[in-house]
Design a protein around this ligand. Structure first.
Ligand code: SF4
Length: 172
């Protein structure tokens, strides 16, 4: 169980355009890495990485990146806002911990892939339906884990083998 955290620091997002908040960094009082496959199974929009070993996900509208003994969240308005969010996160993690026996762990890891390797398998129609201006920019975002493959409606027009390759490239 996670009993607490320490070393909370708020970091300015600097010149990030449109940014109105802070990123918060903190340390756990225990190694939480054994929970990662369970978080991967139940969290919203999880991305689980091998090297470095960490997991990203969304919870209560915050974006989290958790490493074995520390974590980041964005965006928070101030220190009190960060404390409230971290306390809710710890409740969430402890709930997962208490339900571990009833959750099937998901060990699938996300892999960073060069944009060109992904682009080659897309339709290259640049239809913009995914919200990106070009298939190449969508491929770049996919390769960094910043977009979801199902946002491209043209997937259903691709050869089945391309879709299988895309899925196996992005998830192991
Ligand atoms: S929706 Fe698919 S085909 Fe259209 S631009 Fe995006 S990636 Fe390319």
């Amino acid at each position: 169980m996670i009993k607490g955290y320490s070393d909370l620091v708020l970091e300015s997002r600097g010149c990030d355009p449109g940014s109105m908040g802070f990123k918060a960094r903190f340390k756990f009082n225990t190694d939480i890495s054994s929970l990662f496959p369970y978080i991967n199974a139940v969290a919203e929009k999880p991305l689980y990485f091998d090297k470095p070993h960490y997991i990203k996900f969304t919870f209560n509208e915050f974006h989290y990146a958790l490493y074995p003994d520390n974590g980041f969240l964005a965006l928070v308005e101030n220190r009190a806002h960060a404390i409230e969010a971290i306390e809710k996160l710890i409740e969430f993690l402890n709930d997962i911990y208490s339900r571990k026996d009833s959750i099937k762990p998901d060990h699938k890891k996300f892999k960073h892939i060069p944009a060109l390797d992904i682009y080659k398998l897309l339709s290259k129609s640049n239809c913009k339906k995914c919200g990106f201006q070009t298939c190449m920019s969508f491929a770049a975002a996919l390769g960094k884990g910043e977009a979801s493959l199902d946002k491209c409606p043209d997937l259903c027009n691709l050869k089945g083998e391309n879709v299988i390759k895309l899925r196996s490239m992005l998830f192991e």
